[in-house]
Design a protein around this ligand. Structure first.
Ligand SMILES: Cc1cc2nc3c(=O)[nH]c(=O)nc-3n(C[C@H](O)[C@H](O)[C@H](O)COP(=O)(O)OP(=O)(O)OC[C@H]3O[C@@H](n4cnc5c(N)ncnc54)[C@H](O)[C@@H]3O)c2cc1C
Length: 489
């Protein structure tokens, strides 16, 4: 066995998380010797691929699950929504700086203004949305949000959702600082830059196993078509998406004990019909059905990929034991361990509504999905829309006192010695990749991270400060990033 290849850092997986971490590390430590392994033939083919996710720049401008209703009819608490928005501003600043440094190409190749709307029906949800609006309208990061119950006004924001709609109680909010983001393009462009900076990019190579040497470094056992190879790395980041659980289990670090993954599959309906596409320039989110997993509630989205505009409706969630779209149906059974059995069972029992919802959804026919679309687009014709498979979401099952809890956020798992870390979970996902990778840096490089701060502040000027508590800074940051990224301020 030869370990002649020795790296400072090995990145496992060619998605937005590894790409972001690679760029951050190269910016603070240009001499770092880095390798990236991707099991598929190209990078950005799993969740980060533009057709596998919804491309929403999640800033909690329209997603109700980040700001659930209060129990007593008072104004809903905006804390979580503000926190998600703060994280998205970190991403916006980072991407803007990468454009200025020539690391990312022209902004229109990966981001554009697409207003974010929330649309609700029925007295109860209309009341909730109006209180959500009252709670958000004075928050600096949500400046410019509008509310209306008037179908004529809502029709100006999105003709498609009003055309052919019977009279009913409806309301919507609209904010034009929303974005549509091609996370696949960002991933590809970052990885192209890493390759130019001598990062070794190996596609078609799967990391099969991880073994820690006594000096704390790691041996990565690699497999591809008909070969096996070993390399050594001082530090490993497992950015393997849904397969992060499997690799962290194989690494044998105690921090992963008790964790599991709850896979949720997805399908999107898509139309490229220019007449329909022209009637909708927004991302419209709505209220979840009972048991629906957050972020799997269908929404109607303008998507721009490779300069072409389409509309997506979805994702329709479902049950599927794979942890990646190109994973294996054995992913779920093979992830079971004595230490996560109880968390898995308790999550299944505690989330009976969710399991029932997913079973119901997975058995829905295409026609039933079109019926779901008609709740948003009353005049939708089945022949205009094609159904296709989206990416696979791998939600975190976290061990807890009562057995296990299903989480809808992301969770960084890091070994105590900082030599290996990985990322579990899928939401808010790619939008907050920069904040999550900054957290990874603190966990993996505790000694260096303080000295790297000033370099990082060159790319993320507001780092360490809360924009929403400083309206002038919030406005300046939104305006500055909008100018560079060619977005509406
Ligand atoms: C249906 C859906 C809708 C979504 N919508 C949004 C949205 O609107 N906005 C948003 O911000 N986020 C969204 N997300 C979440 C977002 O897509 C993900 O959080 C993000 O892309 C995850 O990036 P990643 O790099 O962790 O994983 P991935 O992009 O999945 O990349 C992981 C990579 O690791 C590779 N890999 C795995 N195992 C190995 C191994 N052993 N060796 C080598 N390579 C390996 C895989 O092949 C893959 O390329 C959505 C996700 C889904 C599924």
């Amino acid at each position: 066995m030869s370990n002649s290849e020795h790296y400072d850092l090995a990145l496992v997986g060619g998605g937005i998380m590894s790409a972001t971490l690679g760029v951050l590390i190269k910016l603070v430590n240009p001499k770092a010797k880095i390798v990236l392994f991707e099991r598929l033939d190209k990078v950005a083919l799993e969740s980060s691929n533009p057709w596998n996710n919804a491309g929403t720049g999640h800033a909690a401008l329209c997603e109700l699950n980040y700001m659930p209703d209060s129990k007593d009819g008072s104004l809903p608490d905006p804390t979580k929504a503000i926190d998600i928005n703060e994280q998205f501003q970190v991403s916006r600043q980072f991407w803007a700086s990468l454009v200025e440094q020539g690391i990312l190409s022209a902004p229109e190749t990966f981001i554009r203004t697409v207003p974010h709307m929330t649309f609700v029906r029925g007295e109860k949800d209309v009341d909730y949305l109006s209180r959500r609006f009252e709670s958000l309208k004075a928050q600096p990061l949500f400046a410019g949000i509008q509310f209306s119950k008037d179908p004529k006004q809502i029709s100006k924001w999105s003709p498609l959702i009003i055309e052919g709609r019977a009279e009913e109680t409806i309301a919507a909010t609209f904010i034009d600082q929303g974005t549509d983001v091609d996370y696949g393009a960002i991933t590809q462009q970052m990885i192209d830059w890493l390759a130019k900076k001598s990062v070794k990019i190996e596609t078609g190579v799967e990391v099969k196993n991880l073994y820690q040497y006594q000096d704390g470094s790691w041996q990565l056992s690699l497999g591809g078509e008909n070969y096996q190879r070993f390399v050594r790395a001082d530090k490993v980041f497992v950015g393997a998406g849904g397969w992060a659980l499997k690799l962290l289990q194989r690494a044998g670090i105690p921090e992963i004990d008790g964790y599991g993954t709850f896979p949720v599959s997805g399908h999107f309906l898509r139309t490229d019909n220019p007449e329909i596409v022209a009637k909708h320039q927004a991302k419209v989110y709505s209220q979840a059905q009972v048991g629906a997993p957050p972020m799997s509630v269908p929404h109607l989205d303008t998507r721009v990929v490779d300069g072409k505009t389409s509309l997506l409706f979805g994702p329709f969630a479902g049950l599927n034991p794979k942890f990646l779209k190109f994973g294996s149906i054995l992913d779920l059974p093979l992830s079971l361990r004595p230490k996560n059995l109880i968390p898995y069972l308790s999550v299944a029992l505690k989330n009976f509504d969710l399991v029932t919802y997913l079973i119901k959804e997975v058995t829905k026919s295409r026609n039933q999905k079109i019926e779901g679309l008609r709740e948003f687009v009353p005049g939708a014709k089945a022949e205009d829309w094609v159904l296709y498979e989206a990416g696979q979401r791998a939600q975190v099952i976290k061990p807890s006192k009562g057995g296990g809890t299903l989480q809808f956020g992301t969770e960084v798992i890091a070994a105590e010695d900082g030599s290996i870390a990985g990322l579990l979970g899928a939401s808010p996902g790619a939008s907050v990749a920069v904040s999550v990778m900054l957290d990874v840096i603190e966990r993996m490089y505790p000694q260096q991270s303080a000295s790297w701060l000033s370099t990082l502040k060159n790319t993320i000027p507001s780092l360490g400060r809360k924009l929403n508590s400083d309206s002038k800074l919030a406005k300046k940051t939104l305006t500055d990033t909008a100018r560079v990224l060619k977005l509406k301020a």
